[in-house]
Ligand binder design. Sequence first.
Ligand SMILES: *Cc1c(COP(=O)(O)O)cnc(C)c1O
Length: 405
Amino acid sequence: MVKLPIYLDNNSTTRCDPKVVEAMLPYFTEYYGNAASRSHEFGWKAEEAVEASRQKIAKLINATPSEIIFTSGATESNNLALRGVAHMYKAKGNHIITSEVEHKAILDPCKRLEKEGFEVTVLPVDQYGRVSVEQIQDAIRDKTILVSIMAANNEIGTLQPITQIGQLCKSKGILFHSDAVQAVGKIPVDVQAMGIDLLSLTAHKIYGPKGIGALYVRKKNPRVRLESLIDGGGHERGMRSGTLAVPLIVGLGEACDISRQLMPEESQKTFTLRERLRTGIMNQLSDTFLNGHPEERLPGNTNISFAYVEGEGLMMGIKDVAVSSGSACTSASLEPSYVLRALGVGPELAHSSLRFGVGRFNTQEDIDYTIDLVVREVNRLREMSPLYEMAKAGIDLKSIEWSAH
Ligand SMILES: *Cc1c(COP(=O)(O)O)cnc(C)c1O
């Protein structure tokens, strides 16, 4: 018997792995020292745990422990990377390159930097959501100090050609930052092989707790320097002051360790389940479209548009399954996803899309239940849709003159 509701929104956040919670617990009530307390056992225990966690994170991305800076999450990591680099290297240049499909935690800090006088090139993407190395090459100027391109997209799962971008940046002496939140722990990420100088990650997307993340800051070839966002005490090599959240840090370390160990089998499992879901839905329903790259994508992610159906309405109709729609509920207006729009998906199909994020705790029963529910609900909604009736009758909807009122 399948357990309801089913959670298929693992690109938004993930369930904390019980093993992670277990590892964290002693650091609330037994080893509760301040990791900066050098004079007693409580402090030493906390510091030991923090360093062990740093090691686990570093191992997952092939970095060294002292290159890991703890933050409150990837939003802060991205802000620290962008503003930290921009302010530190402004004598060298004022130009930054990024892409249209980045998370708001990249695009919004870029907007703020533009107000300060920095110039930002926001590259368009192809129909699958990819930027090319050639585009970046063409955008590079004498004044370019930073390229920031995500490793994997949070809505459509598309993977970017990170290794090639890293090589290009290296050859030009430009720093390369990657928001790798969705990739870390799911697919191999190697800051050396990929030529990444700064990398953002967060615990709550990899079965760890919310409110803790890290920024990898390269120490050698080149040594990256950052202006801090938060001062006071000089923690984290002066880049991020504040008492370390020891239990959360332990959780992040444990989450990284578990993900590293499970990655080969887990990525195979989530891939198999998402393909079962995708084919199960798309083979039974006409007029459905896959968003994002067919192959170059995260193993657990699929994103499908259902023509003639409103995504929000569909979501309401499948309440037992937690997913996200392509309508971002920003303020009062229901805007279609800017990521889908960047791929050239029209507003109707963007509004009719659902994102399914398969994760560690999903079962085949979850997937089969979801397929049946989605197929039934889409058919039901389409039967009530005059547009679908017209389309079925062979009327070209584009030819209809819509009356304005
Ligand atoms: C979730 C996410 C973030 C934000 O991370 P928080 O830790 O929630 O601040 C940034 N970038 C991407 C790609 C994400 O998926």
